[in-house]
Design a protein around this ligand. Structure first.
Ligand code: DON
Length: 316
């Protein structure tokens, strides 16, 4: 019993960098998946990059592999922008515009709840675009300023935008524009469609590293306080609500299986990043650009599965 208990203790100790190295090397030969091709700029990523970082709620950061390589945050921005919207307006106001239910559909599904006109949750594109529209600011530039400052506070450093990815995103973003127009027609978008998608495209194009994602996730794990900078970014309630939605919806139509297999709230992005966390313990960021059919990083999943299995990190 005692052994079983200690096997489930999170490995927040001195051997942690070695643990990350070993998990990373074990995942390295995993093949399969492809770099996102639907945005031309993303297709140019080196598919073999591989990195992982873990930040504890006490502010220690451990890293392995390409943990400092920059890539665009893409959909990993969604929980953090949802959190910023919640912090600004509260749960009641935000849930008038976006729901909290798993959709069981792909990230870019054309879907709004019939009765309310709300996207089902803030992790699918429709819901994320609505969240971007809810961020204060009269135009896209003002909203983007708030979003970039907020994402930077979560990461604990000033993040910038990959302008080439942004241009690519905007040039190929008609499906997202369609989602924004649908939400506008349904009365749930809080700005014009163009303002919402401009802000959304820009938030997706913010550069991060696996280390940044670890610190961002650790900020949620620590109840809204960045454990490295000690800045309070969002309230404890907001951190909990955001983590809850990551748990139910973060891996899109793979969320149920993810919860059984890995058991950590997480969010993926087509740039190859995944942010995962164990509340009150740590945040993890992974980076590997090859994606499965659902848009989730193949080797990011492999590393998180292994880490969870080997060290009993499943939260249940
Ligand atoms: O909305 C899009 O198409 C992208 N900019 C972001 C999508 C994304 O990362 C989906 N996640 N796996």
């Amino acid at each position: 019993m005692a052994d079983e208990e200690s096997a489930r203790t999170p490995p927040l100790g001195s051997g942690l960098s070695a643990v990350l190295d070993s998990v990373l090397e074990q995942a390295r030969p995993t093949d399969g998946g492809e770099v996102a091709g639907y945005i031309p700029e993303l297709a140019d990523e080196d598919p073999e990059q591989l990195g992982i970082a873990l930040a504890s709620v006490r502010g220690a950061v451990h890293e392995a592999g390409d943990s400092d390589a920059e890539f665009t945050i893409q959909s990993v921005s969604k929980p953090f922008v949802f959190a910023l919207a919640l912090e600004q307006s509260g749960l009641a106001a935000i849930t008038r515009h976006v729901g909290l239910e798993p959709s069981g559909e792909p990230f870019n599904a054309i879907s709004l709840e019939e009765r309310t006109g709300r996207p089902l949750n803030p992790m699918i594109n429709a819901g994320a675009i609505v969240c971007s529209s809810l961020i204060r600011g009269d135009d896209a530039a003002a909203k983007s300023g708030v979003i970039e400052a907020g994402l930077s506070a979560f990461a604990g450093r000033t993040l910038d935008v990959d302008e080439a990815v942004l241009a690519s995103e905007a040039a190929t973003g008609d499906r997202n524009r369609a989602l924004a127009h649908l939400a506008r027609a349904a009365g749930t978008l809080a700005s014009t469609a163009a303002v919402a998608t401009d802000a959304y495209f820009r938030q997706c194009s913010v550069n991060v590293t696996a280390r940044d994602l670890a610190v961002m996730a650790a900020t949620l794990a620590a109840g809204g306080v960045n454990p490295v900078t000690r800045e309070r970014v969002v309230s404890e309630d907001v951190a909990r609500w955001t983590t809850a939605v990551m748990t139910s919806c973060g891996m899109y139509d793979a969320s149920g299986e993810w919860l059984v297999r890995v058991g950590l709230p997480a969010k993926s992005g087509v740039g190859g990043g995944i942010a995962a966390l164990q509340p009150e313990q740590f945040g993890i960021g992974t980076f590997s650009p090859r994606l499965d059919a659902r848009g989730n990083s193949v080797r990011g999943i492999a590393m998180l599965e292994e880490l969870s299995e080997r060290h009993g990190l499943h939260m249940l």
